[in-house]
Design a protein around this ligand. Structure first.
Ligand code: ACO
Length: 323
């Protein structure tokens, strides 16, 4: 059996921390409102001159160290990001350069907050189909650069960061214990594009633009779409929610996470939550949560782990992994 396993993970948050109290001096908000509505205490903000590819490289180095591999061992780099350093080339090729690589292939995936789940499913396909042997899969964002810092309805929700995973193809004997990515399901529906979008781009305004969001609409769609795609992923394998050891959701918002967890009937102690520490880091949020739960020993070899995310587009997806 050909499978792709996750061999190591890593995460990186920029040094500068922006607390809710500090935000309350910039816009009309409060620590209490933010914690109560979305469960965020603080977010990290990339330094001036620190780009998405820099955050990505930090997370990548940690993931490679944890996996015991070097850039020589990697032949595929996928960066999931909405905030690339440049319109082109892809942030992934800049990561490739910064890691001193001349070999392999590198490209970005743009699925906003679902980007890392899309990237895991894409890498899984490339690995299983023999297009690559070992992948560096990264979610990295400098989302702070898309925010209107005078708009309290959006600027309190997001932060910067990066997370990474090393995925590799393995051949398992027929009687070997199950391992790796068991199933993924990816979805999108562009009819919802204007419920969460950035009003800029090279082909429209020629500017970078700012985040615009219909908050209650996003909330309503998120809980339903997340649960549907989790069930669709489980259905492909025969496992049920009760079999899951860990649920690693997109870290957008505590109330969305709790709502989806409750709808699925998941005990809260199986749900990994890190949104309080870094806010919504878009494509970086799932690998940041994953690396936190691996680093502190919660996720162990043999555990059944469900990743899920939902974001602008809308895009949404899930991936079931035997760790
Ligand atoms: N501080 C204080 N008050 C605020 C703030 C703020 N930061 N932001 C909004 N308010 C006010 C509003 O102006 C409104 O005031 P009003 O009643 O006087 O008009 C009041 O709070 C309530 O606003 P609502 O939008 O109705 O508040 P709601 O309970 O819906 O919560 C929220 C808003 C938290 C944004 C919610 O809709 C939500 O969680 N949506 C999902 C958004 C999200 O997580 N997006 C992330 C990207 S999508 C993804 O990754 C899945």
């Amino acid at each position: 059996k050909t499978r792709s396993i996750i061999r190591g993970v890593g995460g990186y948050l920029p040094e500068r921390i922006l607390t809710n109290a500090e935000l309350a001096t910039m816009v009309d908000t409060s620590d209490e409102w933010i914690q109560q509505r979305v469960g965020i205490k603080e977010r990290h903000i990339a330094a001036e001159g620190q780009f998405t590819s820099d955050l990505a490289v930090e997370a990548a180095r940690q993931a490679m160290a944890n996996a015991g591999v070097t850039p020589d061992d990697i032949d595929l780099i996928i960066v999931a990001t909405t905030t690339p350093d440049y319109t082109f080339p892809a942030a992934a090729t800049l990561v490739q350069m910064k890691l001193g690589m001349h070999h392999g292939m590198a490209f970005d995936i743009q699925a906003v907050c679902s980007g890392f789940v899309y990237a895991v499913a894409t890498a899984d396909s490339y690995l299983k189909n023999g297009l690559a042997n070992r992948a560096l899969v990264i979610g990295a964002e400098t989302f702070s650069r898309l925010l209107d810092w005078t708009d309290r309805t959006t600027c309190v929700l997001f932060g910067d960061g990066a997370g990474a995973a090393i995925m590799e193809r393995v051949e398992l004997a027929d009687d070997a214990p199950e391992r790796g990515v068991l199933a993924s399901a990816l979805r999108s529906d562009g009819h919802h594009w204007d419920k969460l979008y950035v009003d800029g781009g090279p082909s429209s305004t020629g500017t970078t633009g700012h985040v615009h969001m219909q908050g209650p609409e996003v909330f309503r769609h998120a809980v339903g779409k997340i649960t549907d795609v989790v069930y669709a992923t489980l259905e492909k394998t025969g496992y049920t929610v009760a079999d899951l050891d860990w649920f690693v959701p997109h870290q957008a918002n505590r109330r969305i996470i709790d709502g989806a967890g409750a709808k699925l009937g998941l005990p809260p102690e199986k749900v990994v939550v890190t949104v309080d520490r870094h806010a919504n880091t878009s494509a970086a949020s799932v690998p940041l949560a994953l690396s936190a739960a691996v680093a502190d020993g919660r996720i162990k070899r043999g555990d059944l782990v469900m990743l899920e995310a939902m974001g602008g587009g809308f895009t949404w997806g899930a991936s079931l992994i035997r760790w």
